[in-house]
Design a protein around this ligand. Structure first.
Ligand code: VGL
Ligand code: ZN
Length: 200
């Protein structure tokens, strides 16, 4: 069992990010047994859940003439347009069958229709906090281990924000999988390494 100061953050292990889902990440579902086993070794487990209202501004279908995976410009910066995914209350937004969900906190993100939220700490404007930093700090947690989906988006952004906030961060690429758009996987691994994230 890890110390009280360590938490495991399981990111976006949801149907839409697994094979058969709207934004499937190859191998996403295969991570379940390993992540379940890892949860046993942490006293504090947090799960995140991508949780978009229908018609979310990150969906290509919300923009005339745009296709999924196009890049667009939002008031807060560049944004990849995604297939409709993880709509609140849908099957696709549910956690993958078999995943242990008996963690301490389930943090939902992406519920603001105008701003996407990859990171568990900030929405994509990099300014609107989710409150996770306060939750962790008030519990005395300083070391975070992150697993889940997708390695090059939500795991990456969460790890970079956590490192910026001063947490010791470990990402386990073996219990994570990438969407890998135009080299985004290698770019994410490099960005995390540069930020001092341990890739173990
Ligand atoms: C994610 C794209 C859109 C993720 C969420 O969990 O990595 N990626 N929404
Ligand atoms: Zn999303």
């Amino acid at each position: 069992m890890t110390a009280d100061t360590h938490a495991l953050i399981v990111i976006d292990m949801q149907n839409d990010f697994c094979p058969g889902g709207a934004l499937a990440v190859p191998g996403g579902d295969a991570l379940v047994p390993g992540i379940n086993a890892l949860m046993d070794t942490f006293r504090t487990v947090i799960l995140t859940q991508d949780w978009h209202p229908a018609g979310h501004s990150s969906f290509a279908s919300s923009h005339d003439g745009r296709a999924p995976y196009d890049l667009t410009e939002m008031p807060y910066g560049p944004q990849v347009l995604w297939p409709d995914h993880c709509v609140q209350g849908s099957k696709g937004a549910e956690f993958v069958p078999g995943l242990r969900t008996d963690g301490d906190l389930i943090l939902r993100k992406g519920y603001n229709s105008q701003i996407d939220s990859y990171s568990a700490f900030f929405e994509n404007d990099r300014q609107t906090p989710t409150g996770l930093d306060g939750y962790l700090k008030t519990r005395g947690i300083g070391h975070l281990t992150m697993v889940g989906l997708a390695l090059d988006f939500c795991v990456n952004y969460s790890a970079l924000d956590a490192a910026r906030f001063g947490y010791e961060v470990t990402v386990l690429p073996g219990l994570s999988a990438a969407i890998d758009l135009d080299g985004s996987k290698d770019a994410a691994l490099e960005a995390m390494r540069d930020a001092g994230v341990t890739l173990a």
